[in-house]
Write a protein that binds this ligand. Structure first.
Ligand code: ADP
Ligand code: AMP
Length: 221
């Protein structure tokens, strides 16, 4: 089992890079934000509980998030591992993931931090457009689709996320960065942390992440 955690502030490029790693490593991309957005679309109890927190730019409570993630990791397509994007986001979630994997004789192989300074995140988030069908991310100036307003991968229309409005962006950055630091420290202490400069063009960040994996993780590459 290969379990990779992608860490970074909102807008750092986790979803963008997770797609590259998934294609390269052949394990699924599991994003808790995508799971919550799907739950909201489907009107499930988890979606109803998550929506108010997401709209306010706050983290969804650990209890709900951990249960949802564990159910996702128990699915057959994750038997060989997964690339986690947006989880863990608190020290409690990081400890729960260690316990969950430990019960399966496994562990987090690498925690890859995509490092982007706070002042660059607002531009990343306010220019982000995602496709309606699958959430593939684009940017109005830095990562444009081939045809305006249409996803390169699946042809679905591009939309802005409800929480990418300026006031919610500010709330997310103000409220989530301390928790990110706690998670970074968790993986520094386990020895799994690798940091990659996320300010470079997308392909260069991908190269940096793959190098970090090859350098530090037995059984991956
Ligand atoms: P996250 O999943 O960490 O919130 P995304 O992958 O959705 O971040 O990226 C946020 C925005 O920044 C998107 O609009 C994406 O197209 C853009 N982006 C991602 N990586 C880069 C990069 N290296 N350079 C410029 N823009 C990027
Ligand atoms: P994302 O798509 O990763 O930017 O996440 C969007 C929103 O979903 C976040 O601002 C949180 O409200 C919620 N969310 C996603 N992942 C988590 C998590 N691991 N813990 C708590 N809330 C989360």
């Amino acid at each position: 089992m290969t379990l990779i955690v992608l860490l970074g502030a909102p807008g750092a490029g986790k979803g963008t890079q997770a797609a590259v790693l998934r294609d390269r490593l052949g394990i699924p991309h599991v994003a808790t934000g995508d799971l919550f957005r799907a739950a909201i679309r489907e009107g499930t109890p988890v979606g109803r509980e998550a929506k108010a927190y997401m709209d306010a730019g706050q983290l969804v409570p650990d209890r709900v998030t951990i249960r949802m993630l564990e159910e996702r990791l128990a699915a057959p397509d994750a038997a060989d591992g997964a690339i986690l994007d947006g989880f863990p986001r608190t020290a409690v979630q990081a400890a729960a993931l260690d316990d969950f994997l430990g019960r399966r004789g496994s562990r987090v192989d690498a925690a890859l931090l995509i490092d982007v300074p706070a002042e660059d995140l607002v531009d990343r988030l306010s220019g982000r457009w995602i496709c309606q069908a699958a959430g593939h991310p684009y940017h109005a100036t830095m990562n444009r689709p081939r045809a305006s307003g249409v996803c390169d991968v699946d042809g679905s229309p591009l939309v802005q996320r409800a929480d990418d409005r300026p006031e919610t962006i500010r709330a997310r950055l103000a409220g989530q960065l301390d928790d990110l630091n706690a998670v970074v420290e968790h993986y520094r202490s386990t020895g799994a942390l690798r940091t990659v400069n996320g300010l470079r063009p997308i392909a260069e960040v991908s190269g940096g992440l793959l190098e970090a994996l090859e350098a530090g993780t037995a059984g991956v590459a």
